[in-house]
Ligand binder design. Sequence first.
Ligand code: R5P
Length: 295
Amino acid sequence: MEIDLIVIGPASVKLGSRLAAESSLEAVAVEHKTFPDGESYIRINGDVSGKRVLAVQSTYPPQDRHLMQLYLIIDALKDLGAERVYAAVPYLAYARQDGRFRPGEAVSVNTVIKLLEALRVDGFITFNIHKQASMEAFHIPALNLSAMPAIGAYVKELDAWRPLVAAPDEGAVSLAREAAEALNAEYTWFEKRRDRLTGRVETSYRKLDVKGRDVLIVDDIVSTGSTIANVAQMVKAQGARRVLVGCVHALLAENALERMKAAGVDLLLGTDTVEGPVSQVSVASLLLEGLRRIV
Ligand code: R5P
């Protein structure tokens, strides 16, 4: 692979170490701190001059801090003479605002992409960006990978009983299809509406054949857990044996874990695109495979 070393950002320490271990590439740590007034400090702890570098830094909450750290890392690497800088941003923050839904709104995914390109990053990789169409804003080699095959493979080991895979809204149907293929199972989906002002989520009722079966609900993001809770409650009330949730980016805002547990979720699986309490599934191998396509 045409990469000389991996620079491990503060938000992706575990994933960065897995990438280094799996690829046998040299790893360079990033020293970081927050000044008393809240500003971020970054120091690249190694020689990157003339090197082809993969910088790994996710941007899960606190998004603004992790994004600023990412920008500082990329700019420092360029400034220190790295020959090429590829950015792996396993969770790309601000991607859900991918359009102007109300007049005057900032289209934040485009702002983030413009800033990355202004810093002269040479290539970009992410996982399950909220909408594939957002990738069209890039002018550099950029790849959006799916972590669902890794989640599907993990769930397969759990011996789910007559599993049914469910997407909580139409946007997640392709994820449900991917997981269902990995599990050799059926899939279905629900209809969801979100009030753009209050953020409240409503899911239309559906009667399903789930009695005594395991249901795997899949989504790209779990934020407040309301989307998942609505579906979990419905399938548990219809007699589902276990409710498993496989999500790529477990952001877990507010009291998401309690909300989902109260709704009947038995197990929540997330990936290491977000380093947190449920990041059991690693995307390291998928990322290294993807990297070969853009370097
Ligand atoms: C939105 O369409 C996303 O795919 C997720 O369904 C959403 O972000 C989940 O948010 P929450 O957990 O707050 O319901």
